[in-house]
Design a protein around this ligand. Structure first.
Ligand SMILES: Nc1ncnc2c1ncn2[C@@H]1O[C@H](COP(=O)(O)OP(=O)(O)OP(=O)(O)O)[C@@H](O)[C@H]1O
Ligand SMILES: [Mg+2]
Length: 372
């Protein structure tokens, strides 16, 4: 077992823990052609989970195609990326890739350049221009390949919220959904890192992707699962951490996956033999300091009313913002101001609406903000 804690990018193998139930559900969706919408807060483990399941599904059951569209700025960028990923990841032989392109993308005339070694990566540029692009051909590429190869295909699209930023986004979404919902052999797993934007795409009745598939809300990993994971890594390094101290690491960061690993790593770096509460306190301070530049950036440009509402929430006020008492104590301005302030904070993913009111989304941001 690797004895370091990993944070900041998708994890696998020894660095991946739990998610048994979600793995089972997602794997069943992949194997049975059910579309999935995966939603969670930032850095909880969406990408890790999807990749984990993608590795578990055998090609006999389904071919899993994965693409990340964070850098796509328009519908054309998206089609280029989608077609490239589908061609590349549904076949390992360059001949059949070229054949698929020829058969199923006749109107797109893709340019494909192959490296000197035929087994090596090849680059593919579809060179679609707004004039000649053929969205229907590209959107049906996977379905056609699936039929030809008599295989099910699952297309996983990471950072899917990017679609919402495209020019004429709702028409694009309509076009995608229109084509995808007719496909018999291809299913989709759509997910991303901007919870608020994704929620708007998936849960707004007037949006094309409303109820497109099985919506999975990925929660945090339980303390029960984290504790043995943390203890094992310390043991592997010849150090000792008690179960109590391991669960304190989880509770300090509300079990947020990436922060649990980051904090555990900082604690490990300070430990000579045994973990003490004092070491955890020092590590929490470091965790806040390491993230403070990012938090400053996230609050940049907020008005004083918006900062005041964050202060109220951080101080434990979760609802009742329209009461005169709260308006006065936290200087939120007039009642009519309040809903606009809330919207800005929610749009920026700084706060989220839970059953009992508004909460700061990120537990370490919360700690940082309370210390300002
Ligand atoms: N199953 C897991 N077991 C252990 N650690 C995990 C797990 N899932 C996520 N993590 C931790 O969280 C970090 C972020 O994981 P990942 O990139 O998969 O999250 P994400 O939800 O896709 O993030 P983003 O919102 O930035 O897209 C990992 O680097 C790791 O530290
Ligand atoms: Mg991710």
């Amino acid at each position: 077992m690797n004895d370091a804690f990993i944070y900041g990018y998708a994890v696998e193998g020894d660095n991946f823990t739990d998610r048994e139930n979600e793995t089972k559900r997602l794997k069943a969706n992949f194997e049975h052609g059910i579309n999935t919408l995966l939603i969670s807060n930032r850095r909880i483990g969406k990408t890790s989970l999807v990749r984990h399941v993608g590795r578990m599904v055998t090609p006999q059951k389904a071919l899993v195609v994965y693409l990340d569209i964070f850098d796509c700025r328009s519908e054309y960028d998206f089609y280029n990326k989608l077609a490239t990923a589908v061609l590349q990841q549904t076949s390992s032989k360059i001949d059949s890739i070229l054949q698929n392109a020829k058969n199923f993308l006749s109107r797109v005339s893709p340019k494909i350049s192959v490296g000197p070694d035929p087994t090596s990566e090849f680059s593919l540029s579809l060179g679609i221009t707004p004039k000649e692009y053929a969205p229907d051909q590209i959107l049906n590429l996977a379905e056609n390949i699936a039929k030809k190869q008599k295989k099910r295909i699952v297309i996983c699209i990471d950072e899917f919220q990017q679609i919402g930023e495209f020019p004429d986004s709702v028409s694009v979404q309509k076009r995608l959904r229109g084509a995808w919902q007719l496909q018999q052999n291809v299913s989709y797993c759509l997910f991303g890192s901007k919870k608020h934007l994704l929620t708007n795409i998936f849960q707004n009745k007037s949006m094309p992707f409303y109820q497109f598939g099985d919506a999975i809300y990925l929660g945090v990993i339980s303390t029960e699962k984290w504790v043995p994971f943390i203890c094992e890594k310390f043991k592997k390094r010849g150090l000792h951490i008690s179960e109590d101290m391991a669960s304190k690491i989880c509770s300090e960061v509300d079990n947020y996956s990436s922060y649990v690993q980051q904090l555990a790593w900082l604690v490990m770096l300070h430990t000579e033999h045994n973990v003490t509460p004092e070491i955890i306190d020092v590590a929490v301070n470091e965790l806040i300091a390491q993230n403070s530049a990012l938090f400053m950036q996230q609050t940049e440009g907020l008005s004083s009313y918006q900062m005041n509402m964050l202060r109220a929430i951080a101080a434990g006020v979760h609802d009742g913002f329209l009461s005169q008492d709260v308006l006065d104590s936290y200087r939120l301005g007039t009642k009519s101001n309040v809903s606009r302030i809330k919207k800005v904070l929610i749009d920026r993913d700084l706060v989220e609406l839970r059953e009992t009111g508004l909460y700061i989304s990120d537990p370490v941001f919360n700690k940082w903000f309370r210390r300002l």
